[in-house]
Design a protein around this ligand. Sequence first.
Ligand code: FE2
Ligand code: FE2
Length: 255
Amino acid sequence: MLLNTPVKESENISLEGAVQINHSSFFVYKDNNGKTFLKTGRDEKIHKSLVQKMIDLNPHIARLLKRYHIKPLIDTKTLRELTNGHMNDTCNIAIGVYSMLPVEIQSKLNKTILKEASMLHDLGKVLIPSKILNKPAKLNVKERKIMNIHSTLGYELLKTQNLSDDTLTLIRYHHQNLKHTGYPVLPKDNTFADLGVQIISIADKYSALREARVYRRRLTRTEALLILYREVREGKIMPSVYNALFKYAEMNDID
Ligand SMILES: [Fe+2]
Ligand SMILES: [Fe+2]
């Protein structure tokens, strides 16, 4: 559950709420520029034990890991990097895209759900072996299959917590697209997911393209937007969602 009552913490940063998971929380802060930050706090052991609790609560996770020959190890470094970096960025971009959409489209999706789901979308990566996660080259078929279960793992971990079904659905399908050729397989009659998944997915991809990788440099805003435009032409991204990202990037991102 996301608490929305703003609490002043200091001059530059205010506590906006928290994604509550048992007695530990992923705290949500906002700075003077309106940027949202997700912090796990200083004590990583607490957060590691929190993820461990999620694993213990859902036996399906152990079965899934066994099926893919993955040891049930929680990578603290990945957890820290995700919560302090990529998931924050994706959340900020997703909310930015949402804010640029026409009101009639905005009204189809709850902003709080979008915020929660984008903040937590890649949590499942804490269970993906770091040699696959950080491989400085293209993944082989077996590695790709393992990597692709991170969205299912994130869903299974967070299913044990007090999150809404809609939030969980967006986390589970954040690698889906309009043609439903992504993963995991999305039931054809599930149209709810389309808009929310579209926004998280485009924010996720844009955030990744704007970061340097071991195998490529950081792309410019224009390069990233051009790559995503190809997906509009392929029918994978809604033009309205792309246009909203374009506007958001033009106003908030420096090339
Ligand atoms: Fe992901
Ligand atoms: Fe991601």
